[in-house]
Design a protein. Structure first.
Length: 196
């Protein structure tokens, strides 16, 4: 992996303050192109992307999306095509479908960052209201909204958080021994944790 790719991963952040400057269609197309390269179960490509850049529709999406704190200039709604998924034997709530939404979303976030755009994922929204606002067919179920825009220089201060965990803090090598299994639980003392 190139240093540039690693730097993009390390420096990408959720942008919550965006300007009203439009996102050029060419950049939206580059983000969509990147999303088609995201890992996908069996290469079935069961996700569909709805691009929204009309201010009136974005306002409606914000009204039904408590998680959309930013005022994006554009948004991409990632949907699962549940009818096509059923043809492949996927249940509507199959875990694989959600994993594929996540890989597409993360790829979009990194592509936006590479293009010097701000972005942020939103999963807190009314699926029924988003479906109605976008006039989606019953086969398309909205799962994630990726907000896009030019970062405002006056970003709100970052949320207070603890020290960023290092990879060493969250990684075990090989098979876990009993004391490692106990330590991996929610921080309770080992004597309170039942054997697995």
């Amino acid at each position: 992996m190139s240093d540039d790719a690693l730097e993009l991963i390390r420096t990408r952040r959720v942008v919550r303050a965006m300007t009203s400057e439009p996102v050029p269609r060419e950049q939206l197309e580059q983000i969509l192109e990147a999303a088609t390269h995201a890992p996908n179960a069996g290469n079935r490509r069961l996700q569909r992307f709805i691009v929204v850049d009309a201010a009136s529709t974005l306002r409606v999406l914000r009204m039904v999306s408590p998680g959309m704190l930013q005022h994006p200039a554009a948004a991409i709604v990632i949907c699962n095509d549940v009818c096509k998924a059923a043809e492949y034997g996927f249940a509507p709530n199959s875990r694989g479908l959600y994993v594929d939404v996540g890989t597409a979303g993360q790829t979009m976030l990194l592509a936006a960052h590479a293009l010097r755009l701000g972005s942020g994922p939103v999963t807190s929204f009314s699926k029924a209201a988003v479906s109605a606002a976008l006039n989606l067919p019953h086969s398309l179920r909205p799962e994630m909204i990726v907000c896009l825009g030019h970062p405002d220089r006056n970003q709100p201060p970052p949320m207070a958080r603890r020290r960023r965990r290092s990879w060493q803090d969250v990684t075990y090598w090989g098979r876990l021994e009993a004391d490692q299994r106990r330590a991996s639980h929610s921080g309770r003392p080992a004597e309170e944790i039942p054997e697995l």
